[in-house]
Design a protein around this ligand. Sequence first.
Ligand code: 4NP
Length: 170
Amino acid sequence: MNNSNDLNINNKYKVLFVCLGNICRSPAAQGIFEHYVRENGLQDRIEADSAGTYGGHRGELPDRRMRTAALYRGFALTHQSRQVRSIDLLDFDLVIAMDDQNYEDLMHIAPSVEATHKIRRMSDFLTTRRMSYIPDPYYMGAEGFSHVLDLLEDGCQNLLNLISKAEFSK
Ligand code: 4NP
């Protein structure tokens, strides 16, 4: 999990969640992960952000349907959409793609071979392993958003456990 990181000056472990539009899956993953980080008192040691491979929703809050579904579970989503940049792959320690297309797009913009080693799939952290990607809920009904949140809660909890073990139990 540990990557040498010249740009990371505050010494926090930095996680970036990436999807297509940065208005549904990745801001939800960020909000859920940040919630668990705070619950575990790790906010001085870990930080999270999210971004989209597509920049068309730049500056927007998460999709209202996702904000509503997340808030119902106690997660307030306030991130404003931004497009991912090559430099993110230097700045962050771990960059987590929601699906295979996001993964390929991130591999494509990675500025170095070392940077590609920071890119993982969110599905790698699902304890159930029921899915090989996080489905895009944008064109789905309410149950699509709920399913995505179920997956992200599981994956983010497991991700935080793995980071805590790897980084903070030395
Ligand atoms: P996300 O969902 O990648 O989970 O944020 C989408 C949001 C917007 C679009 C597609 C997917 N779009 O085509 O605008």
